[in-house]
Design a protein around this ligand. Sequence first.
Ligand code: HEC
Length: 206
Amino acid sequence: MSIITKKNIVLTVFSLTFVGSVNAQFQASEKLSVAQAARMQARKTTGTATSVAHDPFDFGTNITDADLKQFTSPLPDGRGMPVGSGTVMQGKIIYTQHCLACHGANLEGGFGDRLIGGRGTLVRKEGVTPVKTVESYWPYSTTLFDYIKRAMPFTSPNSLSDDDVYAVSAYILSQAKIIPPDATMDQDSMPKVSMPNRNGFIRSNR
Ligand code: HEC
């Protein structure tokens, strides 16, 4: 036997209203997700494979490996070097067109840094002025590739193809007498180049 009191009636009415409103919300959100699913499906079929809906804002795309590569450098052992190649002779042409104006006909520097020479000058010795160049200072050839690719030519960085960067790196390394004039630089040969100052660095614990 149920006893209907005023309090009971109020409570029942309240909970019915409450349940009703939750149900309405649920239905609304269900409608929303059906609409989102339709949008995602539409994207998939239009072929933009990398775009995925990002709830709740629904904009932006996932970063691709190619995007990420612009921010990461190859390692000294060659991991991350792009596939490509270039010869010293090809590099001479690139250098003349894109680098000579600032680095000089003999890589002696000008508006840009001197690139070769100075071996053996990085010593603490009376009367010897340190000359820091790719030849005298840089421990890894892979850094040369990465630096040129991302920072040079000074006024239009990242404009050279990987093959062009291999070639111009080969030219600089050969002018520095680190590799022979008939050498080809690619993703396998370049990391094997032994730089003159490779062992001139000490580990820092900072
Ligand atoms: C418009 C002038 C300009 C051009 C063109 C230019 N560079 Fe440079 N380059 C510079 C300047 C300036 C620096 C020094 C940048 C710094 O210290 O931040 C530099 C630095 C460098 C360095 C680092 C040298 C070191 O020991 O620190 C290399 C390697 C280099 N350039 C290679 C090239 C190559 C290869 C090209 C052609 C593809 C090129 N540059 C084109 C102006 C130029």
